[in-house]
Design a protein around this ligand. Sequence first.
Ligand SMILES: CCCCC/C=C/C(=O)SCCNC(=O)CCNC(=O)[C@H](O)C(C)(C)COP(=O)(O)OP(=O)(O)OC[C@H]1O[C@@H](n2cnc3c(N)ncnc32)[C@H](O)[C@@H]1OP(=O)(O)O
Ligand SMILES: NC(=O)C1=CN([C@@H]2O[C@H](COP(=O)(O)OP(=O)(O)OC[C@H]3O[C@@H](n4cnc5c(N)ncnc54)[C@H](OP(=O)(O)O)[C@@H]3O)[C@@H](O)[C@H]2O)C=CC1
Length: 291
Amino acid sequence: MATAPYAQPMLRDGALDGKTIIVTGGGTGLGRAMTTYFLQLGANVVISSRKLDVLEATAAELRTQTGGKVLAVQCDVRKYDEVEKLVARTIEEFGRIDVLVNNAAGNFISPTERLSNKAFDVIVDIVLKGSYNCTLAVGKHWIKEQQPGTILNIVTTYASVGSAFVVPSATAKAGVLALTRSLAVEWAKYGIRSVAIAPGPFPTEGAWSRLFPEPLASKLDPAASVPLKRVGSHQELANLAAFLVSDFASYINGEVVTIDGGEWLNGAGEFNKLELLTSDMWDMIEKTMRR
Ligand SMILES: CCCCC/C=C/C(=O)SCCNC(=O)CCNC(=O)[C@H](O)C(C)(C)COP(=O)(O)OP(=O)(O)OC[C@H]1O[C@@H](n2cnc3c(N)ncnc32)[C@H](O)[C@@H]1OP(=O)(O)O
Ligand SMILES: NC(=O)C1=CN([C@@H]2O[C@H](COP(=O)(O)OP(=O)(O)OC[C@H]3O[C@@H](n4cnc5c(N)ncnc54)[C@H](OP(=O)(O)O)[C@@H]3O)[C@@H](O)[C@H]2O)C=CC1
């Protein structure tokens, strides 16, 4: 079957030549998809997370698949000393850092009153503390070296509006969004851009196992709430990420780009539910109103 146009690579070959990009959580899911495309476009990529075996396996596969240079570095983003070591190891290997992608995250669904304080902590620590730890360590390096850079934060659509049953994640992602917009202003003078992507549903093992476990999975179709009636493809997210970190996006700063098929707006409009009415019902309603 032919690949849908939206699932095809978008940028020209060599669009990221010479750039070194750190992707936290780059061994799996969307982090891996972005890494694959960055490598195809000519970037050197450092992938990091807690599980070195997963990172090494991904790095080996992507070297074969793309011929690109990818380095796996174990790093728990909650620990600032490990983040500093990640920065040092990247410089040692590639001599520079051009882009930081804060992609690592943790999440699960639960009524908030069932959560222990530790459960709340674990999510906020990975998502918010992890993002500011990496941002601070890489930002300090750029400022010291008088080098420009780009920070791409992966948030979610509910970072702006909140969401029930994923409250630690919503709280933390809102913080990451505030970090994006605040530093877009404060660090612009150093040539550092801060941007974000707010994805809707993109199937990954990590997200689906924690957000749509059985019996929920068989009752709830994640595409149903999307006006375009489909979930996202990893390549279309990678296309957007590659554009935002490329020089083509040099004037984009502080922006959060939503890529969700219109899903977040679907719950917002008061009359959106009228989608359920049939054409016959609309005929009847029109007749009644015009009478
Ligand atoms: C689809 C559209 C929108 C989606 C938007 C956003 C999506 C995402 O962010 S998807 C990313 C999903 N990926 C991951 O979560 C990957 C990383 N996750 C993990 O490594 C783990 O899942 C974890 C660290 C988040 C939790 O793992 P666990 O081994 O359980 O961690 P701890 O043993 O340290 O437990 C800490 C604490 O949390 C409690 N807990 C764990 N799971 C649950 C649960 N399902 N419900 C309630 N509480 C939970 C656990 O019991 C511990 O608390 P205490 O018992 O008080 O010690
Ligand atoms: N998939 C979706 O539909 C959506 C995803 N997102 C966002 O996209 C991003 C990627 O999610 P997705 O690919 O779906 O899920 P994954 O579970 O595949 O990715 C999460 C990654 O984070 C890493 N990670 C978790 N904790 C830490 C830590 N303490 N230190 C370092 N790395 C850590 C994990 O690796 P390890 O376990 O080895 O540490 C894993 O590679 C996340 O920011 C998520 O919030 C947003 C909206 C929708």
